[in-house]
Design a protein around this ligand. Structure first.
Ligand code: GSH
Length: 226
């Protein structure tokens, strides 16, 4: 059976499996304190999540995991689908690239020693305002407009979400449900998309199972009094 390893209750691996009706086991690891714990390195040399194992193979990279699961375990997964491929690659290659840069810049500003903090913070604000925020905003506007052209509001272009939608869960959730990039304005189509994802029974099953595993991991963590 496919085994998924998640860092905290992160639904990258589990939501797609639930949508595609692929049975899986899941184990949640907790961050240590920010990075992934060393146990993940024993599964795959990168030591990151998500990662899965199947038939003795360890498979990393969320887009590859989703492609692998779809290709191996579904009837339709053998065919090339332009929307699935495009939006999966867009998520990691275009959107996350600039979001990640922005998050790294902000953290480096926050963690700079006090005597250089004003200079670093000023630099971070300038880079964000003049470059990174514009890149992310134009990406978000483009995605919103493309979603507006679909009949069902999914990146898959079909009546249900596909790999591109699964891959968009992480960045769009960060943009809408966290305060990490408050400067970015999110359009109505993306907001509707996020609500539609959260309303999927598959999403709710994935989330409930991950949260249960996360609770178990917290209970088993050293220093926990039961
Ligand atoms: N491009 C990779 C990103 C993997 C990644 O960076 N995962 C984060 C969690 S979302 C992680 O493991 N962070 C902890 C660390 O880097 O130690 C993917 O899509 O799977």
């Amino acid at each position: 059976m496919v085994k998924q390893y998640s860092l905290d209750a992160h639904y990258h691996g589990s939501f797609p499996s639930q949508e595609m009706n692929i049975p899986y086991e899941v184990k949640v690891y907790l961050r240590d304190p920010i990075a992934a714990p060393k146990e993940l390195k024993a599964i795959h040399p990168l030591g990151k999540a998500p990662v899965i194992t199947d038939h003795g193979k360890a498979i990393a990279e969320s887009a590859t995991i989703i492609d692998y699961l779809k290709h191996t375990y579904t009837q339709t997964g053998k065919e090339f689908d332009l929307n699935d491929s495009y939006w999966s690659n867009y998520s990691e290659g275009s959107l996350m690239l600039f979001m990640q840069m922005s998050l790294v810049f902000v953290i480096s500003g926050q963690q700079a020693p006090w005597f250089v903090k004003p200079v670093i913070s000023g630099f971070v604000s300038t880079v964000k305002a003049t470059y990174l925020n514009r890149q992310v905003q134009s990406s978000v506007n483009y995605m919103d407009s493309e979603l507006g052209k679909t009949s069902h509001g999914w990146f898959s272009g079909k009546s249900e979400p596909g790999p591109g939608d699964f891959m968009m869960c992480y960045p769009i959730n960060v943009l809408i449900n966290t305060n990490r990039m408050p400067e970015i304005e999110i359009g109505e189509n993306l907001r509707k998309w996020m609500k539609a994802v959260e309303a999927r029974p598959a999403f709710q099953r994935a989330k409930a199972r991950l949260e249960e595993e996360e609770r178990k991991a917290k209970d088993a963590a050293p220093g926990t009094v039961s």
